[in-house]
Design a protein around this ligand. Sequence first.
Ligand code: CO
Length: 156
Amino acid sequence: MGLRRIHTADEPALHKVCKTVTSFDWRLRKLLDDMRETLIDSNGVGLAAPQVGILKRVVLVDTGDEILELINPELIETSGEQTGLEGCLSVPGKYGIVTRPMIAKVRAQDRDGNWYEAEGEELIARCFCHELDHLDGIVYTEKMERFLTEEELEEL
Ligand code: CO
């Protein structure tokens, strides 16, 4: 058990390409358990390992039904487009406007190394794309049109 510190976008961990996971061992399970606790504690929708300072290709996404553990995830199919609000635990207190696919399908490994597929729409598709970007050192602010203004933030 353990909350991990969330690194912010001005820290180097958020700008590195993460390594493929090859050992599905106790260390990975501990990371996943800690990330789950950290995600729930921070009321986020998704969390990527580099956000807690670990440069491994590991992502959690809360679909509303369950928290998916995505290890070595790949985007295998996207369709449609949506332009809307996006935030990030590593960019606290801000929201930007970002265009993403409306539907995104990913392929990933679970904590035992078994491959599976998951499809998301709207917020979940946005979250898949956002979290996978983190694994390549990309923060949404690099893709956004602009930040919301103070007035727009107050209306949220
Ligand atoms: Co983020």
